[in-house]
Design a protein. Structure first.
Length: 442
């Protein structure tokens, strides 16, 4: 099936959805059919360093976008990038905010950029002629005239006073068509121990961190100056969900959890070094109101695909206890890969087997030594609606280059988005690169 034929099929299904109320792929609002498949764009000779499946190629859409975190692509093809604050030895300190990248000559690469905002952050979302941007302690909303690269006025503070001290301060966001705003508020610790990361230290029970962290909170995307409260807690027991997204086919909220660390270092009498390397899972989860995924009391074992009681709470690697009621993941990814970006493929450019599936950007591990570090890639999960239909696989690799480690990697994937023509964009907060992946045909 040709790219143009696939695009006509997508359009037809979208029109059917408008007529009969179907929710397939988000219908017309998610794909701008003014932009055809990029038949004339030249990929880089070496795919800009990436290894991809047959039929795909890549080019470097932009470089030197330092601190690039999550990304969104507007209907006109502009790429909106959330920038964190950065400090490097050779460049000094740089204030983040939002950078907008535009390809003005149609060669597939950005040749114009605008940056604005007064503070850095991670989450970004385009919704109802506004740019939503999340520094670590708030969610801001900037008005945006369609097609503009800069906001038309100052921001409204939609959510304020979010906890941002200690670890896992980055806020990822997603907005549903009905105006519900979902915010990840990561837990500040590994396992809520009395003495954090001390061998043998017991867990605090109940964990007070769950009062305002370790979960997803729901707000209104249209009301200003909201504050976090327990009534807005959408789901709990989620250590940190930087990779947060809505499935446009169903409207459901999904995430990939950063799992806990240091099973062997903290409890050497219970877990071997090999078990510390391979456990627990990074969990791909469907998040529904009222869900409890069990952190810090539970962890998911990829070997048995079950949740077990954490050693801080009396577990020994075999006891299940209260974790019998914790919600299980759809997929258990390898330990410590650090999932940072998630998007569902709603374009028509890629082959049909990718339609509706999930792409996950893994930032890469720091704590699998002496085993090799891993992650630093993009994986694909085939799906139909909210159901996983097959085994996940590595889709794009090679981001790190020859030194696969946090300090040696050339790039660490952070954000991921689908463009209006169905291209896949991946950002990197290590080297400041943004790739565009397109399908040429097998």
């Amino acid at each position: 099936m040709s790219i143009w034929h696939r695009t006509r099929v997508v359009l037809a299904l979208s029109l059917i959805g408008l007529l009969f109320g179907a929710t397939w792929a988000g219908a017309v609002t998610l794909i701008d059919f003014r932009y055809p498949a990029p038949q004339t764009i030249e990929c880089d000779p070496d795919n800009a360093g990436l290894t991809l499946p047959d039929g795909f190629c890549a080019l470097l859409f932009a470089s030197d976008v330092m601190g690039a975190r999550h990304i969104e692509v507007a209907p006109n093809g502009d790429v909106f990038v959330a920038l964190r604050n950065t400090r490097t030895r050779d460049r000094g300190a740089h204030t983040g905010g939002v950078m907008v990248l535009r390809d003005t000559n149609g060669d597939g690469k950005a040749d114009r950029r605008e940056q604005w905002g007064e503070n850095g952050g991670t989450g970004i979302f385009l919704h109802d002629d506004h740019v939503y941007f999340a520094p670590d302690d708030a969610v801001l909303r900037y008005p945006l005239v369609s097609g503009s690269m800069r906001p038309s006025g100052p921001p409204d503070t939609i959510v304020m006073g979010l906890p941002s001290d200690r670890n896992h301060a980055a806020k990822s966001i997603a907005i549903a068509p009905d105006g519900n705003l979902y915010v990840n508020i990561g837990a500040p610790s590994n396992a809520c121990q009395t003495q954090s990361r001390r061998p043998g230290s017991q867990g605090v029970d109940p964990c007070p961190q769950l009062e305002n962290r370790g979960g997803i909170w729901q707000f209104s995307a249209s009301r200003a100056r909201q504050r976090q409260n327990s009534n807005g807690r959408f789901a709990t027991g989620l250590r940190n969900v930087v990779a947060l997204a809505l499935n446009p086919a169903t409207g459901s909220v999904f995430g990939v959890i950063h799992g806990r660390d240091s099973l062997h270092e903290l409890w050497p009498e219970l877990f071997t070094e090999a078990q510390r390397v391979e456990k627990p899972s990074e969990e791909f989860v469907l998040i529904e109101r009222g869900d409890d995924f069990g952190w810090p009391y539970c962890y998911h074992d990829p070997e048995t695909a079950r949740k077990y009681l954490g050693p801080e709470y009396g577990g020994d690697g075999r006891a299940i206890g209260r974790c019998a009621s914790a919600k299980s993941p759809l997929v258990g990814f390898p330990a410590h890969w650090a999932p940072n970006g998630l998007v569902f493929y709603h374009g028509g450019q890629f082959p049909e087997r990718y339609w509706g599936g999930a792409f996950v950007a893994f930032h890469g591990s720091w704590n699998r030594a002496p085993a090799p570090q891993a992650g630093y890639n993009v994986v694909f999960v085939p799906m139909s609606g909210d159901r996983v239909t097959g085994e996940w696989s590595v889709f794009a690799d090679g981001f790190a280059g020859g030194n696969i480690s946090p300090q040696g990697a050339e790039a660490r994937p952070s954000g991921i988005a689908v463009g209006p023509d169905g291209s896949l964009y991946v950002s990197d907060d290590r080297g400041g690169s943004i790739w565009r992946i397109i399908y040429r045909g097998e």
